[in-house]
Ligand binder design. Structure first.
Ligand code: RRO
Length: 300
């Protein structure tokens, strides 16, 4: 599905909204190009400031700014020149919208579609993923007609029982992979000098990402891996900054790795740094490939 020797790419949302940004991912060492989550119509997104970078976290309430599904479909064929998997990310405001979006992607030049059931920033709307019945229904319909690989992006918290239920259903539906996790939906931060919120939309509350999210995301990766007995490939997203983070997520059960907050800071050159460092790291560890370490964490 993705490159095996360096299965690292951008998390949807970071460096992937304009054609120029997508091209810069194409030219980088990222092993896939993940698009910004797209909607039926183009969107400006929420009012600014809508992104804040803290010491080991980020808060965003972007509100799905994107150029619309038709635009991304129209440029997908050209991005083929980079010879990397093209991953569309879709989010509808209703069950029907998800299906219309999916039909468009299914016909376009994408290899993979990530169904984003976990966008945290739509005021007045809950997370789709927390409506399991509707989520399963959408995915069932998508799996029936898909010509693409299908992944699902999930929120950073399900309890153990729900993880079991979701894992079981996804295996039954033959979902190709899951992306764990989206940002934690309710985060905020306050400037002491201004006595004000750091972002504007939705009472200053948005999705929390970055290093602070790693222990939370790791637990979801561990449980999904264990409950699926490793049969559902996992893309880990949540505070990956260094190769040690990639290795830790591998031990927890992930096979692929998406980078959000840190990519926003460092830019796409980050991928060549990590690629080089990963090679050295594995050599030192005397590990031939990350593959042999997937899910191999020791439980005490
Ligand atoms: O655009 C956003 O506000 C956004 C999305 Br779609 C998402 O899935 N996750 C996130 O943190 N922000």
């Amino acid at each position: 599905m993705f490159s095996q020797d360096f299965p690292v790419f951008n998390a949807s949302g970071v460096w992937c909204t304009t054609k120029e940004e997508l091209e810069s991912l194409g030219k980088s060492e990222a092993s896939a190009i993940v698009f910004k989550t797209m909607t039926l119509l183009p969107r400006e997104g929420n009012p600014k400031p809508r992104f804040f970078l803290g010491s080991n976290f980020s808060i965003n309430s972007m509100g799905l700014p994107n150029l619309g599904v038709d635009y991304y479909c129209s440029i997908s064929a050209d991005l083929r020149k980079y010879k990397k998997p093209l991953i569309a990310s879709i989010a509808g405001f209703s069950q029907n919208e998800f299906l219309v979006l999916f039909d468009k992607i299914n016909k376009a030049s994408f290899d993979i579609v990530e169904v984003n059931l976990s966008c945290p920033n739509l005021e007045g709307k809950g997370l789709f993923a927390y409506d399991l019945k509707t989520s399963f229904l959408i995915l069932k319909k998508i799996m029936k007609k898909t010509k693409k690989k299908v992944g699902v992006k999930l929120p950073p918290y399900f309890d153990r029982q729900t993880i079991k239920k979701v894992a079981e259903e996804f295996l039954k539906l033959k979902i190709d992979f899951i992306t764990l996790v989206n940002s934690y939906p309710l985060g905020c931060f306050i400037y002491i000098n201004k006595e004000a919120m750091v972002i504007k939309p939705n009472l200053g509350i948005g999705g929390l990402g970055g290093g602070i999210l790693q222990p939370i995301a790791l637990a979801q990766v561990v449980l999904f891996y264990q409950y699926t007995k490793g049969k559902l490939p996992i893309v880990a997203v949540g505070g990956i900054e260094e190769v040690s983070d990639i290795y830790r997520y591998t031990l927890a059960g992930a096979s692929f790795f998406g980078i959000g907050t840190r990519l926003w800071q460092e830019g796409p050159e980050m991928f060549s740094r990590l690629k080089k460092e990963l090679k050295e790291f594995l050599k030192k560890k005397k590990v031939k490939s990350l593959k042999e370490k997937i899910g191999k964490v020791k439980f005490l």
